[in-house]
Design a protein around this ligand. Structure first.
Ligand code: ADP
Length: 434
């Protein structure tokens, strides 16, 4: 009977969940700040706006006063012209005795002069007017809505003034500004509301994203046990006579093992991503010459099996850097895997290790499909893959180069790519020597 040992890999959810928890905490903090900053800015905007409206009201009032003063000056000129031909106007304005009919007609004439001059200056507010002598003018009410025009020099005696009053002046100014004020308050409220709505939508989407990440993490974790079981089972089956070397059973077994290995690599990639994101890597001194030689030896048979060639060129004598050996191995593997994966025919890969000044350089060059310039800055982003129209269809998740960049940057290194479409690519990594 086949006995399958069930292995458990419980470290995975802890890595992911604590990492995720930190991520959520950070995002929450950012969100709170964003909300505080946005609402403070909106409140400030409202205050500035109210102050602006008051300023505009004062300006509007000053313009109104100027227009009335000009209209009254013009009315005075008009009265002057009429006085030359009409003595009754002089009597009426000076307060001399005149008949009721004359008084009525002169009041109407004065009203029409004032009305036409105000109209010219675009003032269509209801008004009242009165003619007053010096004594009356001195006692008259002087409000902001009262305007006086002296008729000195026109009449038989001085001191006569025309007084205009606009009872609805402040209402008029307020009406003119209130529509503007209301409109902008509505817009500020609209911006505030749309911010709240967007904020809520963002939170909902983030919660959804979180659930998806948790789901993927659980799924990957759950893959570990079946994969371990398959590895064990295939190992045991290899020893059975039906699967002896050269037989059909052995061929099927090899397919199962190859596919299991692929799946295992994907799972490990995702596990490694969690470890890298958590930035809890052991720092040690790594000899890149030893590492590169070991990786070269490991890849040589598989590249040759594809009728390809892999070269190693070393120049310099000190290649020790601070880092993490297993993560560096992952970086080297990812770059070489890509060089093989994205080669059109038999892979032609060159590994170069060199040392200059206080830097160690490692590069992987291939003669594959190459990467066009617009994609070069993006291939190091998470999940970024170049569309199948640009490369031959190779399976992947777009995680490899993202992890490579993360590890390189974590140990104060730099990575860059030199490539031209159709001619191949060279990935160059630089680390400070220790
Ligand atoms: P994956 O290979 O799983 O898609 P990577 O992050 O390793 O993810 O690579 C991202 C993309 O960059 C790949 O989809 C591929 O289009 C491009 N790429 C990476 N390495 C090479 C290379 N050596 N030659 C051409 N294209 C490459």
């Amino acid at each position: 009977m086949l006995c399958i040992v069930t292995e458990s890999f419980n470290f995975m959810p802890e890595y992911i969940s604590s990492n995720t928890f930190k991520m959520i905490q950070n995002t929450d903090q950012h969100q709170k700040w964003l909300a505080v900053v946005t609402f403070s800015a909106l409140a400030l905007l409202l205050v500035i706006h109210v102050l602006g409206v008051f300023k505009a009201a004062r300006l509007e009032e000053r313009i109104f006063n100027q227009r009335v003063a000009m209209a009254m000056k013009e009315a005075r000129d008009e009265i002057g012209i009429r006085l030359k031909t009409c003595n009754q106007m002089n009597d009426y304005l000076c307060g001399h005795h005149c008949t009721h009919t004359v008084a009525l007609s002169k009041t109407a004439e004065l009203d029409s002069i004032l009305h036409s001059k105000l109209e010219i200056h675009n003032i269509n507010l209801p008004y009242t007017f009165s003619v007053m002598d010096a004594e009356l003018a001195a006692r008259a009410r002087q409000g902001s809505s009262c305007f006086q025009q002296s008729l000195n020099g026109l009449l038989a005696h001085n001191g006569v003034k025309i007084q205009l009053e606009f009872p609805d002046q402040s209402k008029f100014v307020r009406a003119q500004l209130s529509s503007m004020f209301l409109l902008s308050v509505v817009f500020i409220l609209l911006v505030g509301t749309s911010f709240v709505v967007t904020f809520r939508m963002f939170r909902r989407e983030r919660a959804m994203m979180q659930r998806t990440i948790d789901f993927v993490n659980n799924l990957v974790h759950e893959f570990q046990t079946p994969l371990a079981n398959i590895r064990l089972a295939t190992g045991l089956m290899r020893k059975m006579p039906v699967c002896s070397a050269g037989g059909k059973g052995n061929d099927y077994l090899l397919i199962i093992q190859k596919e299991r290995q692929k799946l295992q690599n994907h799972v490990e990639n995702i596990l490694q991503l969690a470890t890298i994101e958590q930035k809890q890597l052991k720092v040690e001194v790594v000899d890149l010459a030893e590492l590169t030689q070991a990786v070269f030896d490991q890849y040589q048979p598989s590249v040759e099996a594809l009728n390809g060639r892999i070269h190693l060129e070393v120049s310099g004598d000190f290649f020790k850097v601070k880092g993490n050996a297993s993560q560096f191995e992952m970086v080297w593997n990812n770059l070489i895997d890509n060089a093989i994966k994205y080669s059109v025919s038999a892979p032609e890969v060159t590994l170069r290790l060199s040392q200059k000044d206080s830097k160690v350089y490692f590069s992987v060059a291939d003669k594959g499909v190459g990467i066009s310039r617009p994609h070069q800055a993006l291939i190091f982003d998470q999940y970024y893959r170049i569309g199948s129209g640009d490369t031959h269809p190779v399976k992947g998740f777009g995680l490899g180069l993202y992890m490579v960049r993360k590890v390189v940057e974590m140990f104060q290194g730099k990575i860059e790519v030199e490539s031209s479409h159709g001619k191949g690519s060279t990935f160059i990594i630089e680390f400070p020597v220790c």
